[in-house]
Design a protein around this ligand. Structure first.
Ligand code: UDP
Length: 313
């Protein structure tokens, strides 16, 4: 297959591209490096079937040749990043999704949208199944991301219904692993890098809020399986094991072997209190569930960030 991936220099886009290249497919990667990393593209460029175009995925793209899939993974995704790039985030999920759906129509390609558990906002239902409509503040700070992804989902389904495009939507819950951007401000990268540098771990609020953490390889396997199934409704992909931020901090301290203290910082506005996926749909539809235990995934991620520190020093 010949597959277009937007956000190919990003954490998830680069892992997805690598998996598809290793399977023998051709990948056309798009990124403008607004939140992606050049080192991820340098890795992919070693594959002979990888082609890269530096371009903004919110604008129409001219792609020569056939395409079997258009996979839209371009978007700032960590809260500090989308708060820094508010208009770009809205555009890449709004206009970008529209142009890429038009490209799918033009090429007769299938379309795959990377959506997010943020569509559930600060959920009032726990765990979150795809049937839950969410609790999003449309004028709060996270709305930039949450509402644009909600719109992207609606647009994707509309193209499926009105234009007959074969579409997929995944709602990705917190995912971690090698190739995350150390500076993206997410909790896993912050804690690991703080622990490795011997700095205090920053707990926002009292640290009792929860998230569930999925290792990147599990997510990529779920994506790969969904590509093989004709199913336009959203599918949650995440690890249902739930941790408080205090538990996560302790686990990372233990795995890094560092005793740096914890410092409390203010909780950001509208920070969701609890988040855990109900993955029944993915289990039934795809026979999928996460395989990598959090300890193991975190150890691999710590090893990656350690190797970056060593190569920088
Ligand atoms: N968080 C924290 N310390 C940090 C970064 C984040 O306690 O250094 C908290 C944050 O307030 C949130 C959770 O960790 O409750 C997950 O934050 P992240 O930005 O990773 O992703 P989110 O799920 O909020 O999009």
């Amino acid at each position: 297959m010949r597959i277009l991936i937007t956000g190919a220099a990003g954490f998830l886009g680069s892992h997805l591209a690598e998996r598809l290249l290793l399977e023998g497919h051709e990948v056309v990667g798009i990124d403008d490096f607004s939140s992606g990393q050049r080192r991820n593209i340098e890795l992919l460029a070693q594959h002979p079937r990888f082609q890269f175009m530096e371009a903004d995925a919110s604008r129409p793209l001219q792609i020569e040749g056939p395409l079997d899939w258009v996979m839209h993974f371009a978007s700032p995704a960590s809260p500090p990043r989308y708060l820094k790039l508010p208009i770009q985030t809205l555009l890449v999920n709004g206009e970008g999704t529209r142009h890429l759906l038009d490209l799918s129509v033009e090429k007769g390609a299938r379309f795959f949208l990377a959506s997010t558990s943020e569509v559930y906002g600060d959920p009032l239902v726990h765990p979150q199944s795809e049937a839950y409509w969410g609790n999003v503040n449309p004028v709060g700070p996270r709305a930039i991301y949450d509402e644009s992804k909600r719109y992207a989902e609606t647009l994707t389904l509309a193209y499926h219904q009105a234009r007959g495009v074969s579409t997929r939507i995944i709602r990705i819950f917190n995912t971690y692993g090698p190739r995350m951007d150390a500076e993206d401000g997410r909790v896993v990268t912050n804690f690991i890098n703080q622990a490795l540098r011997g700095q205090p771990l920053t707990i926002y609020g009292d640290g009792s809020q929860t998230r569930s953490f999925q290792y990147v390889d599990d997510l990529i396997e779920g994506i790969r399986r969904l590509m093989e199934v004709e199913y336009p409704q959203p599918v949650n992909l995440g690890n249902p094991e739930e941790y408080t931020m205090l538990q996560l901090a302790e686990l990372i301290q233990e795995l890094v072997g560092s005793k740096t203290p914890l410092v409390h910082k203010p909780l950001p506005q509208d920070d969701p209190r609890q988040r855990r996926p109900d993955i029944s749909r993915a289990k039934t539809l795809l026979g999928w569930e996460p395989q990598v235990p959090v300890r193991e995934g975190l150890s691999r991620t710590i090893a990656y960030f350690r190797s970056l520190q060593t190569s920088a020093s």
